[in-house]
Design a protein around this ligand. Structure first.
Ligand SMILES: CC(C)(COP(=O)(O)OP(=O)(O)OC[C@H]1O[C@@H](n2cnc3c(N)ncnc32)[C@H](O)[C@@H]1OP(=O)(O)O)[C@@H](O)C(=O)NCCC(=O)NCCS
Length: 155
């Protein structure tokens, strides 16, 4: 595992596309690039207090990434709760899923966030995505804002 750097923009873009297409093809990379609400998950990465972790295989090829971005009420992510609470995105490459990597990355990013004084992490998950079970196991609960699929984990 290593820290996600500015050079990982392409990885974050691919992960964002894959996450939007979790249930089958829905958007193209061109559409993601052309849609500010999608693109802002990786555009200008990292800015401010953003941070993330990349998991690599033995050949140093990235196979998974988890990252936290701070949004504002003026330009919120789908899991926006407050501008002091970063929003989490996570992606594991298709041939590495279901092996515990996602869980490992969630634990790691939570540890780092806690050590940096982050008090809570939010995210958005669509109805029916099996990832919701993983988030629940790691302590994410429906956010008090009541927005469907918006989850919050207090640190
Ligand atoms: C969600 C994801 C990051 C989890 O990483 P992972 O390494 O597969 O997860 P782990 O092996 O640590 O944990 C397994 C759990 O992940 C979830 N999961 C497993 N395979 C999955 C898949 N293909 N898609 C979504 N979630 C999956 C399930 O909750 C599973 O737990 P369960 O067996 O009790 O149902 C990864 O599967 C993924 O990138 N999925 C596709 C994109 C996506 O849905 N991203 C999240 C958008 S909110």
């Amino acid at each position: 595992m290593r820290e996600a750097a500015a050079a990982d923009r392409g990885l974050l873009a691919q992960a964002t596309l894959d996450n939007l297409n979790w249930n089958g093809p829905r958007f193209t990379m061109r559409e993601v690039e052309d849609t500010p609400q999608f693109r802002h998950y990786y555009d200008g990465w990292p800015s401010g207090e953003d941070f993330g972790v990349v998991a690599e295989d033995a050949e140093a090829v990235a196979v998974a990434v988890v990252w936290l971005r701070y949004f504002t009420a003026q330009g919120p992510g789908y899991g926006f709760v407050a501008d002091t609470i970063p929003e989490l995105s996570i992606w594991v490459s298709a041939d590495h899923r279901g092996q515990g990597i996602g869980g490992l990355l969630l634990r790691r990013i939570s540890e780092i966030a806690r050590s940096r004084g982050v008090t809570a992490i939010s995210l958005s998950v669509e109805d029916g995505n099996p990832a919701a079970r993983l988030y629940a196991r790691h302590g994410f609960r429906p956010a008090p804002n009541g927005v469907p699929g918006c989850l919050l984990m207090e640190l």
